[in-house]
Write a protein that binds this ligand. Structure first.
Ligand SMILES: CC(C)(COP(=O)(O)OP(=O)(O)OC[C@H]1O[C@@H](n2cnc3c(N)ncnc32)[C@H](O)[C@@H]1OP(=O)(O)O)[C@@H](O)C(=O)NCCC(=O)NCCS
Length: 211
């Protein structure tokens, strides 16, 4: 089960450790230098004071902090925001996909946004493929958008609009009978039919992941 919890003091040390340990991660997320503890703390304090953003720790299985993500530049009037994410622990197990789906649900369902966009460096083709698989589409190339190893690097600009998100969510819902049954039961509020109690093995596991 993946949860997003507001990024707080308790997540700063692992965040700093990840950025310090991996020049590759810093390159992928366009972080130009490894932060000291003080710099990391000051950075996040300034971000938390910014009302136009929501930053989350990605938590797997209730306790394991595997990465961070969020929405920045939230503009309620223009109904748009920028999305960012990195998963450091347990990569390639679907946690990043689930975290992006949760962020998009937050953006489109709760905040009623119309557009969520992001930029990904052209030197990060796997993340580019990851976003495209989740429904983001290419909008163009930002030339010399950043600097890596003293060289300018271009970035792709991608976005997803609310109608596409709703279409994908509906398809996912319909194509997943276990989820569909569970949600119907959940909406009807039937205590007797709590699916996690009735399903066994992989099905129960799948339900737990979905909620
Ligand atoms: C991109 C990222 C968030 C994906 O998270 P994740 O939990 O590994 O994603 P999922 O398990 O849901 O999906 C993995 C898929 O994404 C792709 N992918 C993207 N980046 C990957 C990476 N660094 N390692 C492995 N797979 C990656 C793979 O093609 C994989 O496809 P598959 O399911 O066909 O095997 C994560 O790999 C990451 O944080 N990478 C480093 C930081 C980064 O690039 N952030 C984005 C900056 S714009």
């Amino acid at each position: 089960m993946v949860k997003l919890v507001r990024l707080g003091e308790e997540h700063l040390e692992s965040t700093r450790r990840w950025l310090t340990a991996s020049p590759r991660l810093r390159e992928q997320i366009d972080c130009l230098a490894a932060p000291s503890s003080a710099e990391n703390e000051a950075y996040w304090r300034s971000k938390w004071a910014d009302k136009a953003r929501e930053d989350y720790a990605i938590i797997d299985g209730d306790v394991v902090h595997v990465g961070n993500c969020g929405l920045s530049d939230i503009d309620p009037k223009r109904q748009k925001a920028q999305l960012w994410i990195y998963v450091v622990e347990r990569q390639g197990r679907g946690l990043g996909s689930r975290a992006v789906q949760l962020l998009l649900a937050r953006a489109f369902d709760d905040l009623k946004l119309e557009r969520v966009y992001l930029r990904v460096l052209i030197t990060n083709p796997r993340a580019h493929a990851f976003y495209r698989r989740l429904g983001f589409v290419d909008e163009g190339c930002l030339r010399h958008d950043s600097v890596t190893n003293d060289k300018f690097v271009d970035a792709f600009l991608l976005s997803i609009l609310s109608d596409k998100f709703r279409l994908i969510s509906r398809r996912r819902w319909v194509s997943d009978p276990v989820r569909m049954i569970c949600e119907i039961i959940h909406r009807n509020g039937s205590r007797k039919a709590q699916p996690a109690e009735r399903l066994q093995g992989p099905e129960a596991e799948r339900f737990t992941k979905i909620i």
